[in-house]
Design a protein around this ligand. Sequence first.
Ligand code: UDP
Ligand code: GLC
Ligand code: MN
Length: 332
Amino acid sequence: MADQAFVTLATNDNYAKGAMVLGQSLRNHKTSRKLVVLIGPHVAEPTRAVLHKLYDEVVLVDVLDSGDTANLALMKRPELGITFTKLHCWKLTQYTKCVFMDADTLVLANIDELFEREELSAAPDPGWPDCFNSGVFVYRPSMDTYGKLLAHCEEKGSFDGGDQGVLNSYYSGWPTEDISKHLPFIYNLSSIAIYSYLPAFKQYGHEAKVVHFLGKVKPWNYSYDAKNQSVKGHSQDPSTLHPNYLLQWWQLFSTSVLALMKAEYGSQPFHSGCEAGEEAGEVTSKAQASQSPAPPQISSQERKQKWEQGQADYMGMDSFENIEKKLDSFLK
Ligand code: UDP
Ligand code: GLC
Ligand code: MN
């Protein structure tokens, strides 16, 4: 199995926290495959050292950027041009087959069976199911494919400004040609889908193997109260059926990853997001904590607009619990 690997990408220290939790979750579920993380030049030294502890290979790559501000603006995700960097994963030709996973995914069970699939296998995107979501996909590294993908980027661009647009137009046969290349949704359960089809989640959600925190606000943008084991700014009704994946992400971060970060950062300050004093290994100064991207506070008008554009904050203000409260108040 030494010629097969799980691969992720982190161009900065924030996404690197995601990569750390992802790597730890793959190890906890006893993968027999290698783990590789691609990093950009801006990732700090101590962060790289932590990644070295969790991953078999840490590969430095150039940051590629689509520069397509128009399409990225349509998605309201200006930061995603940089996801072209993901295409470097095809250069890992020391492996014959790989599974790419976004740094904002969390593994809930062993998923080594994904290596039985062929390029390009992926799960449907929850927003447009005739496209695949490029947060989890099976592929075969090849310099030839890498060259063709870059040429495709140059000639055709990307319809979303990120890698998902390019990959879907390059692998354009995906929606119709071969059903074995459609991964079950449980290998890329996006947190958005839980709320958009709750009964399906109640029926099938317990089978989930990978959760994907797709969307602008990522787990590391919240802060965590380790003493009370709760994620700040995110309330969940204990009576709801679905597991709190965000809390699971933070529990893994605080129990396994934080100690590795503390060991590497030593007396240098870093922002962990944990807020329970020494017990939680808190090393963040207040000033740094305030620099972290807190979940945005927006007006009710802006919130309505976001809803209408399909950009609800499902993990925060627009959580199922809050929607339910609002509906109850109308019914009353
Ligand atoms: N990514 C990165 N740096 C960035 C943005 C993205 O390394 O500044 C990588 C990271 O692996 C991330 C993936 O590209 O998971 C795709 O971006 P993201 O997950 O934010 O997109 P979404 O799934 O929310 O559409
Ligand atoms: C997405 C995918 C992500 C990809 C981004 C840009 O929604 O989840 O993996 O990088 O679009 O194309
Ligand atoms: Mn993602």
